[in-house]
Design a protein around this ligand. Sequence first.
Ligand code: NAD
Length: 508
Amino acid sequence: MTVEEPTEHLVPAPERTPDEVLIAGEWRPGGGAPVDTVDPATGRTLAVLRGADAADVDEAARRAARAAADPAWRRLPAHRRARLLHRIADLVEAAAARLADLQTADTGKCRGETLALVHSAAATFRYTAAALETAEDALTPARGDYVTLSLHEPIGVIGAITPWNSPIASDAQKLAPALAAGNAVLLKPAEWTPLVALALGRIVRQALVEARLPTGLLSVLPGPGAVTGDAIVRHPAVGKITFTGGTRTGRAIAHTAADKLMPVSLELGGKSPTVVLEDADLEQALAGVMFGIFSSSGQSCIAGSRLFVARSRYDAFLGELVARTQELRVGPGTDPAAQVAPLVHHRHRDGVAAYVDRARADGARVLCGGAPPEGERYRDGAYYLPTVLDGLPHSAPACQEEIFGPVLVALPFDDEDDLVAQANDTVYGLACGLWTRNAATAWRLARRIDAGTVWVNTYKQFSSSTPFGGMKDSGLGREKGCDGLRAYQRQKSLYWGTASDPLPWALG
Ligand code: NAD
């Protein structure tokens, strides 16, 4: 099959969704509870799947272990594994429009964003293929008559558990390095958004079949986290969990992993500060702050959800910010003019609304938004207006807890020490944005603020070669870059004796 051939069969249209799960290369209904997925723009049910139960996970894990150990895979040289990843990228790109439609239907996100996410997923497979082909095992300095090597080997079976906010990007970020490193993968998408992971499963399965590789290398197992996810984490054949999701879930997974002495990578929540300094360029800062919180309707782990503005500019900046926020176009993800799409699910929208109500009760001023939009167009969708709050102490829940919606809390600061104290007064440490024209200020603050990623005069930009991950309760480990590939391997040291004499008893 070449890229030009039709790929429609790999990605069902949103109106013809699959009713199966993928267990070690075989499509069939799962044995678990129904998982229903809803278009949040309309409230219409897109699909009801039979989720995977613990018995399905057990079968998938056993077959994954066999596939991982299969010499056809185990002995496949790195450049041939890289070819598989390029093939997956080709198929993802060829199906990009369909995948983007599916993700917009499943998550509600703007179509422009979902298309960008699909291309970023393809780029992740390509970057990882390149990293794999160029990764070197090190010849380590010897201290005797031997040669020493530090080798990297696959772990075996990886459990990859992903959230609902950017499914194809999170799935690819785990699947690409895990396969590149020579493992088999059990992929568990979030209950609310299983469709894109299943479509990606079709694509990977197709690429495995074409390459005559074991199809047991990938299972896609939708189902409730407490059932399907937990069964994956606990399964004895699973040698590592890579998880993206909430901090509470990540901590529970880490507890189970500790009992198994199993490595985990955890990409967790955030409450990221975005900082407008006295000398910031107004237009750049306004656009960046708004994009940082309101793109993806704020449903992003790196959302710049706490805005700190130098006190001397606070009122003027907020006035302009509120005026422009009120102009943002709210609408369905399928409308090319929409900038703020519905939230992923009506239940999630209600949770966001409850946070704002609580903030009001805590004394917040609601400068704009603070309610679902009115009108026939919004009646059935999980919409919420972009919202700006201020007047809260930094200890208030709206300043401390991840709301994961289009809600920005604004706070003034007096000087750098005050800023750093407030910015770091959080359990999280995922990201930070700094808006300033002064390079020395940016450098100082970038080093003082607890964040895995700092953006200066930009926000939410990503390169596949730059490591990503959190500090503090925002996570453990890094994805992307060469280290992202190594995170799916075990290290082995090899000593190869070169002396022709027998070993003496006293080694020095
Ligand atoms: P969540 O923790 O509720 O669920 C994430 C995944 O874990 C889902 O697939 C879920 O089914 C599964 N799960 C739930 N309980 C489980 C258990 N006991 N054992 C195993 N798996 C279980 O998170 P969510 O609501 O889907 O996603 C939103 C969260 O994800 C936010 O906190 C957000 O910040 C975070 N997130 C982080 C990043 C990052 O890279 N740091 C990226 C995106 C989202």
